[in-house]
Design a protein. Sequence first.
Lengths: 345, 236
Amino acid sequence: MLVLGLETSCDETGVALFDSERGLLADALYSQVDIHVEYGGVVPELASRDHVRKTLPMVEEVLRSAGVAGADLDGVAYTAGPGLVGALMVGATLARALAWGWGVPALGVHHMEGHLLAPMLEDERPEFPFVALLVSGGHTQLVRVDGIGRYRLLGESLDDAAGEAFDKTAKLLGLPYPGGPHIARLAAEGDPARFDFPRPMVGKPGLDFSFSGLKTYALNTVEDCRAAGGPSEKDCRDIARAFEDAVVDTLVIKCRRALRQEGLKTLVIAGGVSANRNLRASLTEALARERARVFYPAPRFCTDNGAMIAFAGAQRLAAGQRDDADTAVRPRWPMEELPPLEGAA
Amino acid sequence: MRGILAIETATDACSVALCRGGEVLERHEVTPRQHSQRLFSMLAELLPDGRLAEHGIEAIAYGSGPGSFTGLRVAASAVQGLAYAACLPAVPVSTLACQVATALREGLVTDGQRVASLIDARINEVYCALFQVESGQLVQCGPAQACPPSALVLPDAMPPVVAVGSGAAYLDKAPAAFRAKLEHIDTTLLPRARDLLPLAERALAAGQVQDAMQVRPVYVRDEINWKKIPQQGKQR
């Protein structure tokens, strides 16, 4: 099953070619961060305009580098949602036009299913069932995964996604968008003992998250520093450290709780925030004590990418799924609505 | 006529047409905000499989704009994919010109007349270009622009003008001198893909073609008014 995958749901253009026998044959990724940085966040219209410029040249690059002709494909997969509607539509329309022109099936893939399955692109793959932590700028979810398309939401953020809290706190500290990597860089040199941020909702039962209060706590801390003539560079490093520690601790506590509740020993973590080194180290350590294992995608497949869409698409196309003639993109799309796939991967 | 597939999705109409062996087939639906959803069903009604070259298609024409940003991207993305997959050239045609060709075929304008082709540009503006019909051909007089209706102007010496398109609904806000030149207004006209075909055939004959990689919407409104960080006021 040789599948081309297109990802255009937000501010990254990803194109990749996956083969069920040979694995990932080629992938290309372009980030629009430089376009959006002066606006302090993603501007949907600019994102859509850029996808129209970038996606097709990347398709050609990927096919050429793998020495594959379009008509050799078994299908074209694309992100059909969730995401920015205008951005989704560019990838969806291009993918469906390519597929129609080549005479191969097209299939719209769920973005979060792509993230969830991204660790399966690695040599060491997790086995079902497992608990997945999906953690990005748009999502913070704990999901029980019994197979492809067999998902049960265990908990999610009631307000800001973890990545969103990173971005907003970075903005408070005068750091550029996207804030996650900048916070992590400052935090590495920060004093962990100076500020003590709350760990939201860990005292309550259940697996939901809340990160907006943490952002407010960061704001108040910045204001305190300002009253004292700051915030100095050291203040910013220490605040970044306290903030990151609070987010990481909260995520670790909930992951451990989810594994215990479900009686499982495998955790998969995916999405942009899963690239955070502090989070990876803390989870690995905490889960080793539980004799559980944690699986991550390669860092380049933590953020949005085409490889995960090609992979997820290949599993579903192999099971005979394909778009209807009137398939539409789905900017909002609960993952639990996905049809299950028996006996795959 | 040559074998051409045409796609026009810049307005509320999702419109596709096919010229093959002198016969013109068209699917035309008024489906606001559902173009990307409907487009492939409509194409499949014209050509059950996507093998364009085998069906004698030599080029893919598209309404390049101006119009709805999302609509323009649906056409551009579809044409990129079809032209690339089938190794065919693309032929961009102004949506404002297509609209005048539709008006001409439907008898709303006749030879020798001037036409103001207008499309609703939202945020109280219209897209506008002027055309003259000469011996059945469209001659565009000046570039397409986006402006408030109050800024529309016509040269003093210009004879009476017919105004067509969704943007014509805003002409009550045009200056009196502009309105005085209007001999007829049609606000309901939508551009149809079948009217791209003759325009594309001439462009094709003149070598005005694009490679799939060059296919782009012509937004006309390119200055985007989102505030950059220094303009966003207080940051903290």
